[in-house]
Design a protein around this ligand. Structure first.
Ligand code: BGC
Length: 249
């Protein structure tokens, strides 16, 4: 069974067909830039182009970088503010003619890693952090997702910006940081996360997980940390799994 997963991010909109049983992508991923300004009309048009690329007709899963309840966005940190209160699921459904299931992007990446990747068989408190334009989070307790956590939005001690402005992949690029400088920032974030949640495992995903080897040795040692096995494709794979699960209800 193959389902289309789409991952709308602050910078890129990506998609691919996923084998639901194995959790593997069965196509190359297709990526378009997320339009700027990232208004609902422009972003939905781009996501619909991804659907067209695969000439797909069926249920679609879609990750979106915001708090999502029943398809509606309740925040908009790295996406146009006009998304707040907009039903992304309905818009995508209208644009594609397919049934669309939309959920927070990091939650979907976490679902994929728990089912088939670095979190498989892991109990206790597992936290997935996606490192990209922002910092996304997905919290699992004994395998159960606690939806819509926004752990990239904590304030770090002594700072007047939220954690993602300081430690996401975009801040490394924007401030031209070396891996050492960025890892120092990210460790401050991890220390706070550890103090607040004592996770049994932290999985690092998003675009930043592709470069895990470059900073692995620089990360805090008293935390169990693994890179996402599906790297940056976890969001697409989780979206497809989510659509399949929802369509079975
Ligand atoms: C958003 C989250 C999202 C994360 C990763 C944050 O800015 O608030 O909802 O999961 O970026 O895209």
């Amino acid at each position: 069974m193959e389902v289309l997963g789409i991952d709308i991010g602050g910078t890129g909109t990506k998609g691919g067909l996923v084998n639901i049983l194995t959790g593997e992508m069965v196509t190359e991923r297709f990526r378009l830039d997320t339009p700027q300004p990232s208004t609902p009309t422009a972003v939905i048009e781009t996501a619909a182009q991804v659907v067209q690329h695969f000439n797909y007709k069926g249920a679609i899963g879609c990750g979106f970088p915001a708090i999502i309840k029943k398809g509606t966005a309740y925040s908009a940190a790295n996406i146009d503010k006009s998304w707040i209160g907009t039903n992304a699921g309905q818009l995508l459904q209208d644009a594609t003619g397919c049934v669309c299931h939309v959920c927070n992007d990091a939650d979907l990446a976490g679902i994929a890693e728990m089912a088939h990747g670095a979190g498989k068989g892991e109990n206790g408190v597992v936290l997935m952090i996606t490192i990209g334009t922002g910092l996304g989070s997905a919290l699992f307790i004994n395998g159960e997702l606690v939806p819509n956590t926004e752990f990239g939005h904590f304030y770090l001690k002594g700072m007047d910006v939220i954690a993602e402005k300081f430690a996401a992949a975009s801040s490394k690029k924007k401030n031209d940081l070396t891996w050492e400088q960025w890892a120092d920032r990210f460790n401050q974030y991890l220390k706070m996360i550890n103090r607040l949640f004592s996770p049994d495992l932290v999985i690092l995903g998003g675009g930043g997980s592709k470069k895990f080897k470059k900073y692995e040795h620089l990360l805090l040692e008293n935390l169990r940390i693994k890179p996402a096995e599906m790297r940056n494709n976890a969001g697409i794979i989780g979206a497809a799994i989510y659509a399949y699960q929802q369509s079975q209800k």
